[in-house]
Design a protein around this ligand. Structure first.
Ligand SMILES: NC(=O)c1ccc[n+]([C@@H]2O[C@H](COP(=O)([O-])OP(=O)(O)OC[C@H]3O[C@@H](n4cnc5c(N)ncnc54)[C@H](OP(=O)(O)O)[C@@H]3O)[C@@H](O)[C@H]2O)c1
Length: 214
């Protein structure tokens, strides 16, 4: 499968590209700048030269991909996604985005009119099927390459799309996919990441989530 990462040059996009490529998928790191995309590819190839990873401008990455993953900051989403609507039409689009601010060193959830960043993405990409996932996975841990110890909570309104993204998540070593219900539940998953920021500070770690009892 070809996975295209919009804004894939940041830590989260590179970390996911690294893990998806290790699982055997072809990844295209998207960027506003082809040079920056290629630099990100070179960095990942230094970790493992055999990975199937290419760099491209965001629109080219979205066009070439079977599944598109949004890894831009929330503040960039409203401007970034509309020009990609055609390239993303008919495709699964995964939102990893957490609407979060860090004013004065304090992490806080940014209010979203559509309730969550993932629901906003769905409104901006009406011909795509948006699935929310990966918001609680630490980019630093993804980039390290060691097996993770974390659940990925997957929220979507379309059962087939949810199943495909759950399968993709479970291909990351140490990750279990958990069905988090409809896309409307993505607001709760996004907010957990704000909590994790404080937990990480207190315990000097990169914590993830595990759902007990299932
Ligand atoms: N970091 C984490 O541990 C983590 C964990 C879970 C979820 N997430 C979510 O994953 C997403 C990416 O996180 P990150 O830490 O990788 O973010 P980031 O480094 O701040 O940004 C990722 C990429 O987005 C592009 N970008 C930045 N500003 C932009 C703008 N104004 N317009 C268009 N593109 C822009 C940049 O790519 P180009 O300059 O190459 O275009 C940048 O490299 C965020 O939504 C975050 O909430 C992050």
């Amino acid at each position: 499968m070809k996975v295209g990462l919009i804004g894939g040059t940041g830590e989260e996009g590179m970390g996911l590209a690294y893990r998806f490529a290790k699982a055997g998928h072809a990844c295209i790191i998207g960027s506003r700048s082809i040079e920056k995309a290629q630099a990100a590819v070179a960095e990942l190839r230094e970790k493992d030269a055999s990975l199937d990873i290419a760099g491209a401008e965001n629109a080219v990455a979205a066009e070439a991909a079977d599944i598109v993953v949004i890894t831009t900051p929330y503040s960039a989403q409203a401007a970034t996604l509309p020009p990609l609507a055609g390239a993303c039409a008919g495709k699964i689009v995964v939102s990893t985005v957490v609407p979060m601010s860090f004013e004065g060193g304090k992490a806080a959830l940014v209010p979203v009119a559509e309730s969550s960043a993932a629901q906003q993405a769905q409104a901006l990409l009406p011909r795509s099927t948006v699935v929310a996932a990966f918001q609680n996975l630490s980019a630093k841990k993804l980039l390290k390459g060691a097996p993770l110890d974390a659940d990925v909570i997957v929220c979507a309104d379309d059962g087939d799309a949810k199943a495909r993204v759950s399968e993709l998540a479970a291909q990351i070593a140490g990750v279990r996919a958990v069905d988090g219900g409809p896309l409307a539940c993505s607001q709760f998953v996004e907010s957990i990441t704000v909590l994790l920021v404080y937990i990480n500070r207190n315990y000097k770690t990169q914590a993830g989530v595990r759902v007990a009892g299932i």
